[in-house]
Design a protein around this ligand. Structure first.
Ligand code: ADP
Ligand code: MG
Length: 505
């Protein structure tokens, strides 16, 4: 009996020892895996770092590239396109105008009525629709017929007091969010598609003519009277409400900026024919490139697999179309190099499956258990990960978005530097009292990324204060505007009409 007890006790001890050993081994393995993940995260943070010194170098590089792009055609990756917009709306415009805005993800149609003073601007109707993905690689006919049919439905809704019953042709501004070489305010040819559009054989086509053709084929009483880049629309809207507005930036599916430049600084344009002495320049800053940009292996892979590789390098670091995909690539790499996300999910390997609105939802998830993160990961085929892994995902979103927002702030500061409004002119000699004399400068900002992603806005504001210093930053007002580019394009068309009417008298 005594022997049996001894044997059983020994056996139990052996089992307990083996279980303990297995558990310890597992724990050691888990710790080692986690250490690996911590190492990967550290690498990620380092490669995405944007220290102030680097941002300042970028500011200088942007100002230099802007200058180079103004001197000669092709002088810089910044195209610095002429817009033929010299007078911005001021509030005195009158009439009813339309705008059709083709963005990267949405198209909008609006009708505005202007009563001759700022307070009388009335947006009478506005529609906003997603662009069907089938259009992105369709044909020119399909795209423009789709836009014309949407316009037709829009105007068919109008009541009896509609403009057509007054026997006046509808005047429409076409707000277009892709690079165009303008030949006048009302015409211009497509340089290239961006943001996932790939409609063949359209480069070199007159965009306004394409829309006018589709509108005419449907017998619509619409005159496509202006072709306006979305940033220029946003600047017009900003200026209409606040004459200190001198630049506009869009942070939506893609990113771009425009600003008001002195015509004598636009050296590549021999005969600018403006009365105001200035012209709005569309920078097409999505294509900005500098060796100072913190380019990582994720950016290189994303670019290589994109439809427009070696192009739009800046946009691919800050545009809403891309941030989600950068985050996805980081999570995928981590799940390949450690198994903290469980078995590798095939969904996670699908490009663009993680969208930037999900990134902001995860980043701003304030539930203690990070429920939103869990739900979004589940949709990506990653389920039942512990809280510390969910926290890791939030950190990844933070790293990617913080870099984007800081680069965006460097971009804005680059424009201010070019205009001598960044407070750096004669910095050595400038006394703090002079800094307080800095002119108030308003930058109009619009786009879904900016307006819907609080952390992006906060990081951008913080970086602007870092770069410019508190005194100068206080004079720089970032003004967010919803639908500014569509409304602003209609305002611009109205103001070009009033100029024409006055000069005809
Ligand atoms: P478009 O680029 O067509 O003019 P928007 O300016 O509305 O349209 O921008 C849409 C883009 O904004 C989306 O593709 C997405 O990248 C980004 N976005 C929209 N909502 C959010 C959000 N909640 N959080 C982060 N980004 C968002
Ligand atoms: Mg837009």
């Amino acid at each position: 009996m005594g022997r049996v007890v001894v044997i059983l006790t020994t056996a139990a001890a052996v089992v307990a020892c083996s279980v303990a050993t297995v558990m310890v081994r597992r724990r050691v393995k888990r710790r080692r895996k986690w250490r690996k993940v911590v190492g990967l995260l550290k690498e990620l943070e380092e490669s995405f770092e944007t220290p102030l010194g680097r941002l300042r170098q970028m500011v200088d590089a942007i100002a230099v590239e802007m200058q180079a792009g103004l001197v000669s055609e092709g002088g810089s990756k910044l195209k610095m396109l002429l817009t033929f917009v010299d007078d911005l709306p001021n509030g005195s415009e009158r009439g009813t105008y339309y705008a059709l805005h083709l963005g990267g993800s949405y198209f909008r149609i609006i009708r505005v009525h202007l009563g001759g003073q700022r307070s009388s601007l009335e947006v009478q109707d506005i529609e906003r629709h997603s662009i069907p993905t089938s259009l992105l690689n369709s044909t020119s006919e399909v795209l423009f017929d789709f836009l014309a049919s949407s316009l037709q439905r829009f105007i068919e809704k109008e009541g009896h007091e509609s403009i057509s019953s007054q026997d006046v042709k509808r005047e429409l501004a076409f707000t277009f969010s892709f690079p165009v070489k303008q030949t006048s305010l009302s015409s211009g040819v497509l340089i290239k598609w961006t943001k996932g559009f790939a409609i063949s054989e359209m480069a070199g086509e007159d965009i306004a003519e394409c829309l006018q053709g589709a509108v005419d084929r449907r017998g619509l009483d619409i005159h496509v009277a202006a072709l306006v880049n979305d940033t220029v629309g946003a600047l017009s809207y900003g200026h209409y409400h606040d004459p200190d507005t001198i630049a506009a930036v869009v942070f939506g599916t893609g990113s771009n900026a425009c600003y008001l430049e002195r015509t004598d600084a636009i050296i590549k344009c021999q005969n600018p024919r403006t009365t105001s002495g200035s012209m709005v320049v569309n920078m097409e800053w999505g294509n900005f490139w500098s060796s100072r940009l913190p380019r990582t292996s994720y950016d290189i892979e994303l670019d290589a697999e994109s439809l427009n590789s070696n192009d739009m390098g800046f946009e691919k670091m800050i545009g809403g179309m891309y941030l989600g995909d950068i985050v996805r690539r980081v999570i995928l790499r981590m799940s390949q190099e450690s198994d903290i996300f469980g078995p590798i999910s095939s969904i996670l390997s699908t490009p663009f499956v993680l969208r930037t609105n999900s990134v902001s939802a995860m980043h701003e998830d304030d539930t203690p258990e990070l429920h939103e993160v869990a739900t979004i990961l589940k949709h990506l085929g990653v389920s039942k990960v512990p809280l510390k892994v969910r926290k890791l995902v939030v950190k990844i979103c933070d790293v990617v978005t913080r870099r984007a927002a800081r680069l965006a702030a460097a971009g804005i500061s680059g424009i201010l530097k070019k205009l001598g409004r960044d407070g750096s002119v004669g910095e050595g000699r400038r006394r703090s009292s002079d800094k307080q004399m800095m002119r108030r400068t308003v930058v109009a900002v619009e786009g879904g990324l900016y307006s819907n992603y609080r952390m992006f806005r906060e990081y951008m504001d913080e970086a602007l204060r870092d770069i410019l210093g508190e005194d100068v930053a206080r004079q720089v007002v970032i003004k967010a505007m919803e639908d500014g580019s569509s409304i602003g394009s209609a305002l611009l068309l109205a103001s070009s009409h009033s100029v024409r009417t006055i000069s005809n008298i």
